[in-house]
Design a protein around this ligand. Sequence first.
Ligand SMILES: [Zn+2]
Length: 120
Amino acid sequence: MSTGARRSFRLFDLRVEIVAVKPGLESVCNHHLGDAFEVSGENLSIPAGKTFSMYALAAVLPLLPAKQRVTDEHDWMSHDDHVMCPDPHCEAKMRISRIGMREFFLDEVSASARERSSDG
Ligand SMILES: [Zn+2]
């Protein structure tokens, strides 16, 4: 059953940025203030020539799919946006920001949905 309209959904684009480092220990993890990457759909983008710690990435990665989605205004996910580097000596802080909204079409991102719609 098709209504003719393509099924779509929207996700936030995200930016993850190092916003605080502990003075004197910055070199432990090689974080630098302003180090950042952006998330659009399933894609991460790091500016050319820049780096981002894979350990810091590992700490923030599980939160990104939830942050991409619209959450209830009373959900903590709507308000809490800071994540610490997992190195206990580091204390670097990252901030996840919602920087935009993008529309995705279900038939372009889900083979399962494509199969179900072709089952008739
Ligand atoms: Zn660190």
